[in-house]
Structure formats: C-alpha cells, structure tokens
Write a protein that binds this ligand. Structure first.
Ligand code: GRF
Length: 268
C-alpha cells in the first residue's frame, strides 16, 4: 500500500477543500495525513476544521506585514538569505513594464511573510503542500525552498476555472461574466507565475441559460471537492510525473510543453 504521505495545507477562507481532503484521508481514499494547517489571516474560518481534529495550526498575518511596510519600509526586514535581484529575475507575476517599486515592495513583503511560514512549517515535515483556497501568490523565495528538487514539484493548488483561462482571484466570477458555456476547476502544481503551473487534473460543468453566479459556484465547488482529493491521491500513490516534451511546427520551429503524466496504477 506504500507509505502514508504527510500533507501540509495553507488556507485563507472557509476550508471546504481542506475538509474534502481531510475526509478522504480519514476514509482511507488517500493514504495520507494532514500534518498542519496554516493561514495568511487569523480570520480564516477553516482553521477550526483542523484544530477540531487536533491538527496543528498557525497564522502568518500577511496583512499586518504589508501594512507595516506601507507605513515604514525600514521596519520590515527581509530574511538573511534574501536576494532581491535574484527573486525579481525569477518571478513571472509581473511583466517587464510593471512599476519597479511595486515589484520590489511585493517581493520584500512576501519573502518576509514566507520566511515566517517556512519557520512555522519546519516543525511539521511534509511530503506535499496543498493550497486549499490560499489567496496569496507564493514568490520564488518560498517555492524554491519547498521544491528543493525543481523536477519534483510538491506544491499543489486548486483554481476555480479551466486554466489557462481566468487565472486570478475570481475564477467563477470571470467565467460567468465572460458568458462561457462551460466552466470548471483545475488542480495544478505551483510555479513562479499566477495559476500557471503544470496541470494535474480538471473537471468541467455546463453553464445553462438560467444559471447565476451562485449556481455556477455551487456546481464548481462540488467538482473541486471531488477533484482535489483525486489529485492528492495520485500524488500519494507516486503516480504524477512532470515531463517536458517538444514538438515541431510546420515551419520547423520547436515548441515545448510541460505535461503532468499520470502513471498507471501499480495494481494493474
Ligand atoms: C475555492 O473555490 C478555491 O478554488 C478558491 O477559493 C475557494 C476556496 O474555498 N481558490 P474553500 O476555502 O476551500 O472553501
């Protein structure tokens, strides 16, 4: 059956996806155990879901770090191993035209928050980190300290849209406003961009004439609660392999694509 994987979770909100993963671990569908629940805000209602079950929880208050930086940047001191230019060159959240001061403020405040996250997480070794409604972009500072082997990603995210359409904070709203006929959700590995990492799994729902934003959110969430545990289960079974493929266009240009291959189940 293989070993039980240790899963860390980061949340910002109600934690219904966290609950779906906890339930799948408890029922034995996932051979895994949640080892901590962290949040970027003390107001995350989902924090209770873990603490009720005795799962360690912690909060790194991003909001107060960002407010302190706005008041007086000198009071927000980056970690010792922080390299601003290196992080700026690696991040893909901002384009080359972005205001350099905005980019700098983002990278410094996130690295400060992320160093605190890493400090907390150090107490709970984990194999997989799931972002379950975590409403913060992670910077390369954090990602490269978790993905110590760049070929073996181990941070997963769930996004409420069929990526690469509608990245960002309001996937359901954006899908609805665009007038899509189908919507969906996506689980992917996290890379340096916004909701841009290699796709592990997707599920889709139909959008009908009388649907509202609330009804499509309800359809989507139901699919999220099925999809996320399925993807975590594949990870726990060691069946996810990120591969780089290339193919040639008619004009001879070489194109690259990154695919998450789902390896056959060992039972077959
Ligand atoms: C979900 O729709 C998730 O895809 C998005 O935020 C929502 C969080 O829901 N990122 P919950 O906190 O898991 O209930």
């Amino acid at each position: 059956m293989g070993r039980t994987i240790r899963i860390g979770a980061l949340i910002s909100g109600t934690g219904t996806n966290l609950q779906a993963i906890i339930d799948s671990c408890e029922s034995g569908k996932i051979n895994g155990k949640i080892v901590f629940v962290g949040s970027d805000t003390p107001n995350a209602r989902g924090l209770e879901k873990g603490t009720r079950l005795g799962i360690p929880a912690f909060v790194v208050n991003y909001g107060s770090i960002i407010r302190d930086f706005k008041k007086n940047p000198a009071t927000v001191v980056p970690p010792d191993d922080f390299d601003l230019n290196d992080l700026i060159s690696k991040q893909t959240l901002f384009t080359a035209h972005a205001d350099p001061e905005t980019v700098k403020a983002f990278i410094i405040t996130r690295a400060v928050a992320e160093a605190k996250l890493i400090d907390e997480m150090r107490h709970y070794p984990f194999d997989l980190l799931v972002l379950a409604g975590y409403m913060r972009n992670l910077s390369p500072y954090f990602i490269e300290r978790v993905n110590t082997d760049p070929d073996i990603p181990r941070i997963m995210n769930i996004h409420p849209a069929l990526l690469p359409a509608f990245p960002g904070v309001d996937g359901y709203g954006d899908t609805f406003r665009y007038g899509c006929k189908i919507g969906g959700c996506t689980v992917h590995f996290v890379d340096y961009g916004e909701d841009s990492g290699p796709i592990i799994g997707q599920k889709a729902y139909e959008i009908l004439e009388d649907d509202t934003i609330d009804s499509i959110r309800a359809k989507g969430l139901k699919l999220e609660w099925a999809l996320y545990p399925e993807c975590v289960k594949l990870f726990a079974q060691g069946r996810l392999k990120t591969v780089h493929r290339s193919y040639e266009l008619k004009d001879g240009r070489k194109m690259r694509r990154t695919v998450v291959k789902i390896l056959p189940s060992p039972e077959y």
